[in-house]
Design a protein around this ligand. Structure first.
Ligand code: PRP
Ligand code: URA
Length: 209
């Protein structure tokens, strides 16, 4: 079974509180999501393998460490996942970015796929799928399925907020995938929104409704 990691760093929790606040406007919401995504990128890369290299400082030669292992790919789930890309790229600037376009049908709450574009070497990369919200879990599960069907082998899912119902469903469908979140909330409401959550992530990021 995949593990669920909750990033409890004080800065992440502090900023998430303002992201949740309904009085936070679009500009500030977007900036905060960007900042939290950067902090989550720092946390999610904690276990990256290192290799030793030799360099010359102005004083002498020395052995030192750089990141080894697979190259990274970021895969935002459109639309709201886009709000987390730039923050992550600040710390992982060489990452390639793929896109999976899904929207949740408001009646059935089932995900509908409308776009997939991935780096050609997707099977060789360590992919981090990003979406602010894991509600019913349908969108994230469908995105991971779309990636696996195209050869992706090394996948993680990163969300700001997850509902317990969504985690359970996601883990049933993809028991091999670890999940990294800033918070696990209480429940879903009758419309499939996370409670307390932050509302509609896409609408709050882009000022639509
Ligand atoms: C939101 C969110 C997730 C999805 C989560 O996207 O960004 O992708 O809902 O819900 P689920 O876990 O129940 O599938 P939405 O469908 O509102 O599309 P948008 O990002 O284009 O606004
Ligand atoms: N999508 C959102 O943007 N917010 C929710 O609470 C659930 C799904």
């Amino acid at each position: 079974m995949g593990k669920v990691y909750v990033f409890d760093h004080p800065l992440i929790q502090h900023k998430l509180s303002y992201i949740r606040d309904k009085n936070t406007g679009t500009k500030e919401f977007r900036e905060l999501v960007d900042e939290v995504a950067m902090l989550m990128a720092y946390e999610i890369t904690r276990e990256m393998p290192l290799k030793e290299i030799e360099i010359e400082t102005p004083v002498t030669t020395c052995k030192t460490k750089v990141i080894a292992g697979k190259k990274v790919g970021l895969v935002p789930i459109l639309r709201a996942g886009l709000g987390m890309v730039d923050g992550m790229l600040k710390l992982i600037p060489a990452a390639r970015v793929g896109h999976v376009g899904l929207y949740r049908d408001p009646e059935t709450l089932e995900p509908v796929e409308y776009y997939v574009k991935l780096p050609s070497d997707v099977n060789e990369r360590e992919l981090i799928v990003i979406d602010p919200m894991l509600a019913t879990g349908g969108s994230a599960a469908a995105a991971i399925t779309a990636l696996k069907n195209r050869g992706a082998q090394n996948l993680k899912l990163m969300c700001l907020i997850a509902a317990p119902e969504g985690i359970e469903k996601f883990q049933q469908i993809h028991e091999d995938i670890d999940l990294y979140v800033a918070a696990v909330d209480e429940k879903l409401n009758d419309h499939g929104y996370i409670v307390p959550g932050l509302g509609d992530a896409g609408d709050r990021l882009y000022g639509t409704k």
